[in-house]
Design a protein around this ligand. Structure first.
Ligand SMILES: O=C(O)C(=O)C[C@H](O)[C@H](O)CO
Length: 403
């Protein structure tokens, strides 16, 4: 028994907003959980402070599963990104506490390492094809075994995944949402050229990935997948919005390019049909937005039955606390596929010193007890929350579209 005596939420903005839950126990041990929901941060902070924390005080921090069920079933209102990010933060903090009390890194509590490290993919973003390829080459030189290629599209002013920043792509900015413009035909004509050049310049030993970011209809996605088949992608991500899971049947009928989806999923129910019908190859759900390590293990166990592998979301809006949790999860599950890794800025790393490391294309969570991430609250307090939004997207004729 290790009673929870206090819990509080810290909101900080070392270059971007992060929401972190800190839970303390009667033994003087504390745990951290990431609760960041990009562009809607304060909703989760309030959910935790106003509705969850009062229910945690006095509970036994060791009863991770029971507390998960209490928060999920007990709220009556199930699922959704706000609820599931809040539950995830509690879950991460409790695994952190359990590891610290046991004196073991969390991956040891999850069954131990199933591999030497987690293969990660880095982002190569450029305003045009040549710039993207130059950046990909830099990543390969740094040891990356897998690289995501995104490039500006001629005729479209701003493109998802591309920014002036060399390493720290950050789409959330502006005290009101930026408006961007989209053309499916211009994009569809351009992407195969990017990958043709990519294979020519980078060869065939590096894994190449691409994110469509929910922009195509299923039949368009089928065509793009088919056009990209000669370049043997590791995956084509978020080819179409996935609320309608059956939509992926159509894509599957037309292409053998492997498919990844799910970074915005919150529960196993969002992915059940996709997994059971083997409509995808990689499930992108991650710790912070899908209910924590406890729930993500359930998703991975279902996926394993159908040879679907994990490919957790790891953009910069997922804090180092989530990154650490994802690496403990990824190191331990049998059906790990790949982990996304977008480096955090030095300011973020200073607020969240961490034990995880990158070497030779693989990441390891480290062997510090618990998750292996600290929060320097004095430094965090120097960075006040700044409202920031993800962009919105319109077609060239002004029709509201998916970003
Ligand atoms: O990393 C990715 O694949 C993304 O799509 C990044 C998302 O746009 C970002 O995390 C939204 O908050």
């Amino acid at each position: 028994m290790s009673r929870i005596t206090a819990a509080r939420v810290v909101v900080t903005c070392p270059g971007r907003n992060f929401v972190t839950l800190r839970i303390e126990t009667e033994d003087g041990v504390y745990g951290l959980g990431d609760a960041t929901l990009n562009g809607r941060e304060l909703a989760v902070a309030s959910y935790l402070t106003d509705h969850v924390i009062p229910c945690l005080i006095g509970r036994d921090a060791h009863r991770i599963e029971d507390i998960w069920q209490y928060l999920y079933k007990g709220a009556y209102w199930r699922r959704g990104p706000v609820t599931m990010s809040a539950i995830a933060a509690v879950d991460m903090a409790l695994w952190d506490i359990k590891g610290k009390i046991a004196g073991l890194p969390v991956y040891q509590l999850l069954g131990g390492a199933s591999r030497e490290g987690c293969m990660v993919y880095g982002h190569a973003n450029g305003t045009d094809i040549e710039e993207t390829i130059d950046r990909a080459q830099e990543l390969v030189e740094q040891g990356y075994k897998a690289v995501r290629l995104q490039s500006g599209v001629p005729g479209i002013a701003t493109t998802y995944g591309v920014s002036g920043e060399r390493f720290y792509y950050e789409p959330a900015k502006g005290s009101l949402p930026d408006e961007t413009v989209w053309s499916t035909s211009k994009y569809m004509n351009h992407v195969p050229k990017l990958f043709a050049r990519g294979r020519e310049a980078l060869g065939w030993d590096v894994h190449l990935l691409h994110d469509v970011h929910h922009r195509l209809t299923p039949i368009e996605a089928g065509r793009l997948g088919k056009d990209l088949e000669p370049y043997r992608l590791f995956w084509l991500e978020d080819a179409t919005p996935a609320e309608n899971q059956a939509a992926f049947r159509l894509i599957r009928q037309h292409t053998t390019t492997p498919l990844a989806v799910g970074e915005i999923f919150n529960t196993i129910w969002d992915a059940k049909q996709l997994i059971e019908e083997q409509l995808i190859d990689y499930i992108r759900a991650t710790v912070v937005h899908a209910g924590g390590i406890t729930h993500l293990r359930r998703v991975a166990a279902l996926a394993d039955l159908y040879q679907v592998r994990t490919g957790c979301h790891g953009a910069t809006d997922l804090s180092p606390v989530c990154m650490a949790a994802a690496l403990h999860f990824g190191l331990s599950v049998p059906n790990f596929g790949i982990q996304e890794y977008m480096r955090h800025t030095p300011e973020t790393d200073a607020v969240f010193p961490h034990a995880y490391t990158f070497e030779n294309g693989l990441m390891h969570p480290g062997d510090a007890p618990g998750l292996g991430v600290e929060m320097d609250e004095e430094t965090a307090a120097q960075y006040e929350y700044k409202r920031a939004y993800l962009p919105v997207n319109r077609l060239e004729d002004g029709t509201m579209f998916n970003w």
